[in-house]
Write a protein that binds this ligand. Structure first.
Ligand SMILES: N[C@@H](CCC(=O)N[C@@H](CS)C(=O)NCC(=O)O)C(=O)O
Length: 205
């Protein structure tokens, strides 16, 4: 049987995306916490040997490493034929959603969230305004991409929903406006039986 290990941290929406996908698909795995706020050199040796930037998420399938949350999600969908990976149309949808998320909503929301944590230290003048302006476009495009379906992949959530969940789960904490459609999608995602809080995905033992 394959041994699957996900390295992550509850503050990492990128890691939450992958943890959610594995649980939604019912793929047996272990989650291992990596302290992303500690000196990288203190992180587990197996993690450092396999994550080129010492970043989470890292997925190990047996001894094969997979990094970059969007690429990991696409690997899960294709390898296990799940969460959109079952059909050519589902795979195309997954690619489009994941690339959009990484370029847009998954770029500005983590930065706005991090800026609040460090009180804006290191953010050049005007950069937060620029990030907020981008998010205003992104939330309108969120509505366009979702359309009238309950999930981005249609009647059931797929890896694209997992990707978008990564940071949209925190819109209220971040203090940015959600659209009505976004709020209803958040409610549907929150109600999924496989859904967990970030702390439950990556418990601090
Ligand atoms: N583009 C990467 C981003 C990964 C990333 O930024 N990980 C952060 C946590 S969200 C991290 O591990 N930071 C710790 C560090 O850089 O030392 C992905 O999609 O997986």
């Amino acid at each position: 049987m394959q041994q699957i290990t996900l390295y992550g941290h509850p503050d990492s929406g990128h890691a939450c995306k992958v943890a959610l996908a594995l649980d939604l698909a019912g793929i047996a795995h272990d989650n291992t916490l990596v302290d992303i706020w500690a000196d990288p050199q203190t992180r587990p040796a197996r993690f450092l040997a396999n994550s080129p930037f010492a970043e989470v998420p890292l997925l190990l399938i047996d001894d094969a490493p997979y990094v970059q949350s969007g690429a990991i999600l696409l690997e899960i969908a294709a390898r296990f034929g799940t969460l959109g990976g079952e059909s050519a149309a589902g795979q195309r949808r997954a690619r489009e959603l994941i690339v959009w998320e990484a370029n847009r909503i998954g770029m500005c929301l983590p930065q706005i969230r991090y800026a609040a944590k460090v009180n804006g230290a290191g953010f050049p003048a005007g950069s937060l305004d620029w990030l907020h302006a981008r998010y205003d476009v992104d939330r309108q495009n969120f509505d366009k991409l979702l359309g009238e379906a309950p999930f981005f992949h249609g009647d059931q959530p797929g890896v694209g929903d997992c990707a978008i969940w990564g940071y949209v789960q925190w819109v209220d904490e971040i203090g940015v406006a959600a659209t009505d459609k976004m709020r209803r999608w958040i409610d549907r995602m929150s109600a999924l039986p496989a859904m967990k809080t970030p702390a439950a995905f990556f418990p601090q033992h």
